[in-house]
Design a protein around this ligand. Structure first.
Ligand code: ZN
Length: 125
């Protein structure tokens, strides 16, 4: 469905009708006619545009595929988070760095003001 490309079954999401929506059937246990789509947001969108959901699920009305799209988007963002642990650590180091700078900047304006007149006096002598 959708792009019509073949995919191994683990990459496919089973979709069933629930009222005016089509919802993902993660465990493959919901009753009724099911359709399979790729776990790919672009593919879900394509299927929606082509009205492939009502056709594949043999219902007359338009179907809202928002739950399916939300699931797929969630799955994809989860995969990205698992693969990007290093940027997260860098972000923490950056925050720490910012904190040190903020703490340092409070002392910096006071130090030259107190120090420079003394130094000038020393140079004049
Ligand atoms: Zn596809």
């Amino acid at each position: 469905m959708g792009c019509r490309a073949r995919a191994p079954k683990p990459e496919l999401v089973r979709v069933v009708v629930a009222g005016a929506q089509c919802v993902p059937d993660l465990r493959g246990r919901l009753q009724g006619r099911g359709a399979y789509v790729h776990g790919d947001p672009a593919c879900i969108e394509l299927a929606e545009r082509r009205r492939a959901f009502p056709r594949a699920l043999r219902v007359p009305g338009p179907l809202d595929a928002t739950p399916v799209r939300a699931l797929v988007a969630q799955q994809q963002s989860g995969q990205q988070q698992r693969g990007q642990q290093q940027p997260g650590q860098q972000e923490t180091a950056q925050q720490e760095h910012d904190r040190h700078q903020a703490a340092g900047s409070q002392n910096v304006p006071a130090a030259p003001a107190a120090g420079s007149p003394v130094r000038e006096q020393v140079e004049k002598r």
